[in-house]
Design a protein around this ligand. Structure first.
Ligand code: ATP
Length: 591
């Protein structure tokens, strides 16, 4: 398939933000795509080369990309850098420069999707001292044969700045329409995606065999399952209203969620955002099989840092010392952990997703041999609000964040957030009641003690319909000196010359970042705002929603992707819940 088909579709998609039109473009593209390359096209649409859990990183540094353009166009690097600075977009700079190419290429080999994908794959796999030079050569070999439009999108893809405003849901809708005639079939695709976490394979299966192709998708070892998520509740009373008569309450531990896949001696670990995190936890790899009475399983657990002398749980931040490439053995002994199991998704050839919570928990109790390192998450069956209050108190005293409440007869709903799991955190019971995970999109330089660092950060929610990050507040409180240093260290590598096209904000920040870093924030209230873009025009025309008195909790959520941040929809429900609470209070006062 010619890459120009793809590039032309991308160019059309860039001109609209309407979901319906984006879907129509994708449907046409998918229908035109041969089934053998549809997985490649799907990954490219997702901005990647392979599913997350394979860890194939596409990102090529701007500098190498600029050198490749210079080599292909025969134009000095300085001129290209100037063009880039002016346009702020490498893709546009490349297409403009290539129009003025001084060297003519006589033998042009047309670029196919296959060639393009294979080259990028090679680039992503290059390691070692000469790799930068080799990357530059591979990219320039593509650019030599590219039209200006193709060059624009090659550059956007390799620098991970292709932003078409489509999220996974739009891709699934379009696949359903293209290959099954109706969007109604999306739940089937979603199920296949949830158990495989690989949208490229789902696309290939449906393109080759239609719906029957994706009914074959099963939970399988070494393919992470998209995690089940919880709705938040503010009080034991609200929990009981939602859960009914009898439900399970578990400690909500403050660590990192780990999905453990094992078969014999082979163990792989995946994070909440489905990245392979095996190398951070060699202790789990070494010890987990000794704690299990089965040879083949997929389990979910929370890894929590502990104080080995007192046995106390330590806060989540302690785990961040593990996030390093080198000297991991030292981090393992300095920052010991326990592994606390709370679910089982697969065991000895059997998929457990459709089993009830009760049966899954029983199975877990059967197969885990508890010791100092491996434990079951403490659980009780609650019947009354008092039971929940008491267990919550115990969990907080043990250093946990609160409780997870789980419906006893509910299956494991992969990839879904719903009422079968609820989370009740201590801080939910005051003020706004909830913490939010927000994406850092910009910053303002500090004054006084904060000079030379970012004093205030501009934060955004995630709009998962349009795949953009609308602003919600500025935050300058809750930072320690250490935090300010950390922020500067992390963020100064993500500075963009211009606001990213995925960022929606009317503010004039001193610096803009690629939306990547997620941090946890508490606030006193959500208010209507004339300046922030979260939920713009949803509650009131011309207004968005903003946080009042936001404060950083101290948690940098390195395990979260920006797409896992709190969504616009979540903020809207918190805002509506807040209004309802005020209304209920007035009602009680009146009666
Ligand atoms: P999300 O709800 O999007 O996962 P989050 O990552 O901020 O948001 P929390 O709001 O902290 O997560 O709540 C869910 C997380 O709680 C799980 O992803 C898991 O890491 C953690 N957790 C701790 N204890 C449990 C438990 N007993 N059962 C399930 N999850 C638990």
């Amino acid at each position: 398939m010619k890459f120009s088909h793809l590039a032309d579709t991308f160019a059309m998609m860039e001109n609209t933000t309407k979901r319906l039109e984006l879907t129509q473009h994708l449907v046409k593209l998918f229908k035109k795509t041969p089934p053998e390359v549809i997985s490649h096209v799907t990954y490219l649409l997702q901005g990647k080369l392979r599913p997350n859990y394979e860890g194939v990183e596409l990102g090529v540094a701007d500098k190498i990309a600029l050198k490749a353009i210079s080599k292909s166009a025969g134009i000095p690097l300085k001129r290209i850098e100037k063009e880039y600075q002016e346009s702020g977009d490498l893709g546009h700079a490349a297409s403009k420069i290539l129009q003025q190419k001084t060297q003519t290429t006589f033998l042009v080999e047309p670029i196919t999707v296959e060639r393009m994908y294979d080259t990028l794959f090679k680039v992503a796999k290059l390691r070692g001292s000469r790799s930068q030079d080799m990357k530059m050569k591979y990219i320039s070999s593509l650019l030599n044969d590219a039209s200006p439009t193709e060059a624009r999108f090659i550059l956007k893809i390799i620098t991970s700045t292709l932003r078409l405003g489509i999220a996974d849901n739009t891709i699934m809708d379009s696949l359903a329409i293209a290959f099954t005639t109706s969007k109604e079939n999306r739940p089937e695709l979603e199920r296949a995606y949830n158990v495989s976490s690989d949208l490229g394979s789902v696309a290939e299966a449906i393109a080759k065999k239609g719906l029957t192709g994706i009914t074959d998708f099963q939970v399988s070892i070494f393919k992470p399952v998209r995690p089940m998520l919880a709705e938040r509740v503010k009080s034991p009373q609200e929990a009981q209203e939602k859960m009914g008569k009898e439900f399970a309450a578990e400690y909500k531990l403050d660590g990192e969620r780990v999905q453990i896949h094992l078969e014999g001696d082979k163990v792989l670990l995946y994070s909440r955002s489905l990245e392979d995190i095996t190398s951070y936890y060699p202790d789990i790899v070494e010890r987990v099989t000794k704690s299990l009475k089965v040879k083949k399983a997929i389990l979910e657990a929370e890894a929590v840092a502990i104080n080995e002398d007192s046995g106390e749980f330590l806060p989540f931040q302690e785990l961040m010392h593990r996030r390093r490439k080198y000297k991991i053995a030292k981090a393992v002994s300095q920052y010991p952990i326990t592994i606390n199991f709370f679910d089982i998704l697969y065991v000895d050839g059997k998929d457990c997703l459709d089993m009830s919570y009760n049966d899954r928990r029983k199975k877990l109790e059967e197969i885990i041999q508890e010791d100092q390192f491996a434990r079951l998450v403490p659980m009780t069956i609650a019947k009354t609000e008092n039971d929940v209050e008491d267990f919550l108190e115990n969990s907080i005293n043990a250093g946990c964040e609160g409780l997870m409440l789980k419906m006893i007869d509910a299956p494991y709903r992969a990839g879904a957030r719903g009422n079968s799991w609820l989370k009740l955190k201590r801080e939910y019971r005051n003020e706004l009641g909830d913490s939010l995970d927000l994406v850092v999109i910009g910053a303002f330089f500090g004054k006084g003690r904060r000079t030379g660092r970012y004093g205030t950060l501009l934060l955004a929610t995630y709009n998962d319909e349009e795949d953009v990050f609308p602003s919600i507040c500025k935050v300058g409180t809750g930072f320690t000196d250490e935090n300010l240093d950390q922020f500067y260290q992390i963020l100064s590598n993500k500075v963009k010359l211009k606001k990213s096209s995925r960022v929606k904000s009317e503010m004039e920040a001193d610096v803009w970042f690629e939306p990547e870093l997620v941090i946890e924030i508490v606030a006193s209230e959500i208010t209507l705002s004339p300046i922030h873009n979260t939920a713009l025009n949803v509650i009131r025309k011309g207004s968005g929603l903003a946080l009042r008195f936001p404060k950083f909790t101290g948690k940098i959520r390195l395990e979260k992707n920006p797409e896992n941040a709190s969504t616009v929809q979540e903020v809207i429900s918190l805002y509506n819940g807040q209004k309802k609470a005020i209304h209920d209070e007035h009602k009680t006062e009146r009666t």
